[in-house]
Write a protein that binds this ligand. Structure first.
Ligand SMILES: [Zn+2]
Length: 395
């Protein structure tokens, strides 16, 4: 009885802090763009190549990074009625020159050649089939289209539901299912072609945004922030101490949260580290590397985030963007591997961006907000306190 009451009280508290039932704060004045292309679903990560061990001992499984989560995210937008209220923006192919702002020519040529043959592996855990070079260009071009639409004031915010993802790709190799570094390519475009002086990348994917970090590690004009599961993937990357180098020192912030971190930890990081960093840096555009693999149901992450978590993080980013950069946010899709959960996390983000509430109830929300460990824990607090100290380096 006592346990029951305690549980119900915890649930009540979780729901209150979740903000799940509250309608979004305000409508986006210029509307919210949405970028998608059928061909994103045709990128073939192979049934058993690379990631899932085959070896003849177990039935070949699907690759974790397959089209389903992306398709189902978009399907929920459509069925909920939200999709028709978004501004549809067509992606384009990124040019080779745009890709080469981040990647080496040898790497681009290798992917192009393998793609024209029978596919291969772009580097570490990045299998692909024939034709994926063009799809990867279209994926990077989706990020470019999102940035251009926001900078042209066609929309206030834009979400690029693109595939393959990008934030692990390094200059000379693909990594972690990522072929080209979509967010970094889009940020270079914003700087070089659109003349922006300062851009920020906020990466909430459960894995470290190593590709974005590498692209701007010595560059004080791009603030890169990654909130991820501590010491997970890639191994050895994403430490608190990795703060940028040379002139870029202080302009790379890593918040490696312990496995098991939930709603309270993510909210605390965004309220106490991410938002203050953005207020100090005052970017002219915020690019978000949006992975939903920090979700409580994700097969590749060990965190407890819910749709209410992503709703809350989005709300905080929208508010800070309105303060510092005219509300300009472009999101690029990254990971997220739960076919059941990703659509609801994605819908919550799109509702907050657009300021349009669909009334769709996340059937998992109440259950996951009530499980133990959603509140900020002392060992998570310790990490956040250390990250807060690094804000002093930001000017
Ligand atoms: Zn990820």
């Amino acid at each position: 009885m006592v346990a029951e009451r305690k549980q119900s009280a915890q649930r009540g508290e979780a729901e209150r802090s979740a903000g799940g039932a509250r309608p979004p704060a305000r409508r986006a004045p210029l509307g919210t763009g949405f970028i998608f292309h059928e061909r994103y679903l045709w990128h073939d990560t192979r049934s058993a190549a690379g990631f899932i061990p085959a070896g003849g001992m177990v039935e070949p499984d699907r690759h974790a990074e397959n089209p389903d989560t992306k398709r189902r995210f978009r399907n929920l937008l459509a069925v909920s009625g939200l999709l028709e209220k978004l501004v549809e923006i067509a992606p384009r192919m990124a040019s080779e020159d745009e890709v080469l702002r981040v990647h080496r020519r040898e790497y681009l040529e290798r992917v192009k050649k393998l793609s024209a043959e029978n596919g291969g592996d772009a580097g570490v855990l990045t299998p692909f089939g024939p034709g994926s070079y063009e799809i990867a260009l279209l994926s990077a071009g989706g990020a470019l289209a999102a940035v251009d639409a926001v900078l042209d004031a066609r929309v206030q915010t834009a979400y690029a539901l693109i595939r393959p993802p990008g934030h692990h790709a390094e200059a000379d190799q693909g990594m972690g299912f990522c072929i080209f570094s979509n967010a970094a390519i889009a940020v270079h475009h914003a700087r070089a072609a659109r003349g922006l002086a300062r851009v920020a990348i906020v990466d909430w994917d459960v894995h470290h945004g190593n590709g974005s970090e590498s692209a701007f590690y010595a560059d004080p004009s791009v603030l890169t922030i990654s909130v991820h599961q501590d010491n997970y993937f890639p191994a050895g990357r994403g430490a608190l101490e990795d703060m940028g180098e040379g002139a870029g020192r202080g302009y790379n912030l890593n918040v490696p949260l312990p496995p098991g971190s939930g709603h309270g930890a993510y909210e605390a990081v965004f309220a106490r580290v991410v938002a203050p960093a953005l207020r100090r840096f005052r970017p002219e555009l915020i690019v978000v590397a949006s992975g939903f693999d920090g979700g409580a149901m994700d097969p590749l992450g060990r965190m407890l985030a819910t749709s209410a978590t992503y709703r809350s993080l989005t709300r905080m980013l929208v508010e800070v963007a309105q303060e510092v950069c005219g509300g300009r946010i472009a999101l690029t899709h990254e990971g997220g591997y739960s076919t059941a959960h990703v659509p609801f996390c994605g819908l919550a983000v799109m509702e907050e961006l657009s300021g349009i509430s669909t009334g769709v109830v996340d059937p998992f929300l109440e259950f996951f907000m009530a499980i133990g460990g959603q509140a900020l824990q002392p060992h998570q607090e310790a990490v956040i306190r250390r990250a807060e100290k690094q804000l002093d380096l930001l000017r």
